[in-house]
Design a protein around this ligand. Structure first.
Ligand code: THU
Length: 132
């Protein structure tokens, strides 16, 4: 299985771990490090809705908290008609750690995926260099 297929499959599987009593909308994510490790995430909701964390950020925060900041690919899966578009907050967090060319594979209910680069998902993003 290619890296891409492995990531997509890991993201699809992670939908099963989603804690979504409110939205009933499970999302899974998988993140591949340059060292070849996969970190996974699912969305985790809360009765105080606004503190919910998306699957993408759970995967990124798990990896960063383990000392990993060098990433080479991400996949996101949800039961959407089109490949699931990550929310704006997640795009901003992705852009902190991902290069402009990092591939992000978005998939849907039919497991039909589309791949976008970081730059395509969030052009003209606020970056650490803007504070120099
Ligand atoms: N959600 C994600 O986990 N990732 C996305 O890219 C879109 C939205 C979650 C947040 C919430 O638990 C549910 O999907 C509905 O918004």
């Amino acid at each position: 299985m290619s890296n891409k297929e492995q990531l997509i499959q890991a993201a699809v599987q992670m939908k099963n771990k989603a804690y979504v009593p409110y939205s009933k909308f499970p999302v899974g994510a998988a993140l591949l490090t340059a060292s070849g490790k996969i970190y996974t995430g699912c969305n985790i909701e809360n009765a105080a809705y606004s503190v919910t964390c998306c699957a993408e950020r759970v995967a990124i925060f798990k990896a960063v908290s383990e000392g990993e900041t060098d990433f080479v690919g991400m996949a996101v899966a949800a039961n959407t008609k089109r490949p699931v578009p990550p929310c704006g907050a997640c795009r901003q967090v992705m852009s902190e750690f991902f290069t402009d060319s990092m591939p992000i594979h978005l998939t849907n209910e039919a497991e039909k995926h589309e791949t976008f680069s970081m730059k395509e998902l969030l052009p003209f993003s606020f970056s650490p260099q803007d504070m120099d």
